[in-house]
Design a protein around this ligand. Structure first.
Ligand code: TRP
Ligand code: SF4
Length: 366
């Protein structure tokens, strides 16, 4: 069978990644994750999910944005080219093992490991307006470890900012495997660990500046959204900061010192890029013209994405169906891991009554 049309082919290695529901995605979210995921779905058994439980770790006081943002992110996933025939797309909170495994892994995770996570103090300071001295926020890496380990994922594509969390996931898995072994002698003969240690698949992240020259980020208000209409994209790029050395039209500039140049490197053809370098360094072109070219390249790249988004926006029931099917597939896979985890941790299954006993019990009622 064609391996692509069979996402559960056992020969394929598993990939898992997630994204917080921050609302409509921007070019930075896209280049830092989705663009890469769309390629991974061709080769691996992939699980991609919207991490709405993670949103609760910081947004617990006002949860009104979580459901609508989850919907927008799902639309952007599909628009960007994640194909539900090739990968499993799901919503974290719809798959109950995501509530269960964090509790169990929490039992074996030393507090010191969590306090040492670099993003812990940093985020508390950055989001000083929110009270993040909560159990849930401290435990966030356990939630993330569970997301990964539930699918016994081989690879986790993330940016550098998430690398420490995957490292911690490996440490938690190792500790779990030291404490708990597979149950059942014939299975123990296979002797593989219950929770394999996942590897980071570092997403190459080209420098993607926002319109103010700083890193593109929702909190800076400098983003270009995947769903921005063409006039909006052009309007946002027009006042974009450029090489500060190019004060007058007659001053030569350097695309390597210009955020517009950085965007060209990502989105423009070699041919356009050559014209930019030549025109900029000789003051042969003006920045306005140069920005028009970069807008052209971005608009062209986003056209098929926006076309797909428009189609899915017209079929909300289809999107719901796609997510429900993904939830179901994820549930089956996660539950498989949970059965092993519960057994290994000595939690007795609720032994199902055999069908004849069930009949007996049923008959006894009459
Ligand atoms: N923590 C990630 C972020 O903030 C999102 C995420 C949650 C994730 N669970 C994950 C990423 C599991 C990879 C694997 O971007
Ligand atoms: Fe930047 Fe282009 Fe202006 Fe050069 S010409 S400074 S690359 S915007």
């Amino acid at each position: 069978m064609d391996p692509v049309s069979n996402p559960s082919s056992p020969a394929k290695r598993r990939v898992l990644s997630g994204m917080r529901p921050t609302g409509k995605l921007h070019l930075g979210n896209y280049m830092g994750a989705l663009y890469n995921w769309v390629r991974l779905q061709e080769q691996y058994e992939c699980y991609f999910f919207i991490a709405d439980l993670h949103a609760l770790t910081t947004d617990y006081a006002d949860t009104s944005g979580i459901a609508p943002n989850t919907r927008e992110v799902a639309l952007d996933f599909l628009a960007a080219g994640l194909d539900p025939e090739k990968c499993t797309i799901f919503v974290q909170s719809h798959v109950k093992p995501h509530y269960e495994l964090p509790l169990l892994l929490g039992m074996i995770t030393p507090l010191g490991w969590l306090e040492r996570v670099p993003s812990y103090k940093e985020m508390q300071e950055n989001l000083a307006s929110k009270d993040l001295s909560n159990y849930g926020f401290l435990g966030y890496p356990v939630l993330m470890a569970s997301d990964i380990l539930l699918y016994q994922a081989d690879f986790v594509p993330v940016g550098q900012d998430q690398q420490a969390h995957v490292e911690l996931t490996r440490e938690i898995a190792r500790r779990f495997n030291q404490f708990y072994k597979r149950q059942g002698s014939e299975l123990r003969a296979q002797s593989s660990e219950i929770l394999p240690e996942p590897q980071v698949l570092l997403t190459p992240s080209p420098k993607l500046p926002g319109t103010d020259g700083r890193k593109m980020s929702k909190s800076y208000g400098n983003t270009i959204l995947l769903s921005d209409p063409e006039p909006e994209i052009r309007a946002k790029l027009k006042p974009m900061v450029t090489d500060p050395a190019r004060v007058r039209r007659s001053d030569p500039g350097n695309p390597d010192k210009c955020p517009v140049g950085d965007l060209h490197k990502i989105f423009s053809s070699q041919e356009t890029l050559a014209k930019v370098y030549d025109g900029c360094t000789t003051a042969g072109i003006g920045c306005i013209e140069c920005k028009t070219w970069v807008a052209d390249a971005i608009v062209a790249h986003l056209a098929p994405i926006q076309e797909r988004r428009a189609q899915f926006e017209q079929k909300p029931a289809l999107v719901t169906e796609i997510l429900a099917a993904g939830d179901q597939r994820a549930m089956v896979r996660a539950e498989q891991t949970m059965r092993e985890v519960r057994a290994a941790m000595g939690l007795a299954e609720n032994t199902p009554v055999s069908s004849s006993r069930q009949e007996e019990a049923g008959n006894a009622l009459f």
